[in-house]
Write a protein that binds this ligand. Sequence first.
Ligand SMILES: [Zn+2]
Length: 330
Amino acid sequence: MRLIISSIFALAFFQVPELTRGEDFGYDGVIGPQHWGERYRECTGKHQSPININVLRVKQVTLPEIVFIGFDDSIDGVHVTNNGHTVLIEVENEPHPRVRGGPLDGDYVFSQMHFHWGDNDTFGSEDKINHRSFPMELHMVFYKEEYRSTSEAVKHPDGLTVLAFFYELDRHEHPAYDDITLALSNVTEPYTSVIMSHPFSFLNILPYDLRRYFTYRGSLTTPPCSEVVIWLDFEQPVRLAHDQIEAFRELKSAHGKITHNFRPIQPIGDRVVFYNIDSNYFSYNEIDDPEEQTTTSRPYRRRKGHNSGHSNQWSLLCCLSALLAIICCL
Ligand SMILES: [Zn+2]
């Protein structure tokens, strides 16, 4: 009898925290984003994320190069966890990958990465570009090294940086995502975790072009919505097959399948979004690189629109034509 009673207590002890975690916040109804502010005051702040990025209103800049450290390492002991809201990827062993440069002052150390998605392939990203939604978005979260931990970093306005990557559909599967898809199938139940079957490399799951990105000051997109994040939204999406995105929608929370987990866009207010373009970008892209012709993941070229480099070339061409016409007349 004593054994039965202690077993019931043990069960209750382990289940209560799980339920609490599951009820904390959600994406629908009384625990949905419209109600987060009632419990977490910062969610009603003026510098919240996500936002819509209007490309016509960004301020074009050339920031120092971002340095990605440990991104091409093969990392063992990578944990994949269903936390009831999303899937988290965490690294067990030190040293963790890190970033510096760009808009960042100092080194930022990897904390965790996770994903946001929608009910179908037409929406699901958190930030939007010109009101365009993407089916999924990856957030790689880093804390500022001088604050020593994520929990301390969230107390400081420059405490975190999140590298955000959008996804778009491709007819072909992205082979680097096979291990993630496999891990997902083993953590469909909430609060379950597995270790990835093969070594994991950050660089393999990212797009090719890491030099063009938008950056702005914002917040965590989940409660407590702390306004402590330097956002870097990379412009080139990662291309995944439909089935690879669908695998995320199989994950369950305490209330059933996590069909969507993105927060709606928030007012941009007085904030400026900066758009980083490498100063060498245009000359780099003019180089005839035979390797570039054979790869499918080359940096994509902007064909029209806000491209001052190309409009300069047009002006030069016009001037030359005019000069030629004058010479001919003479
Ligand atoms: Zn996120």
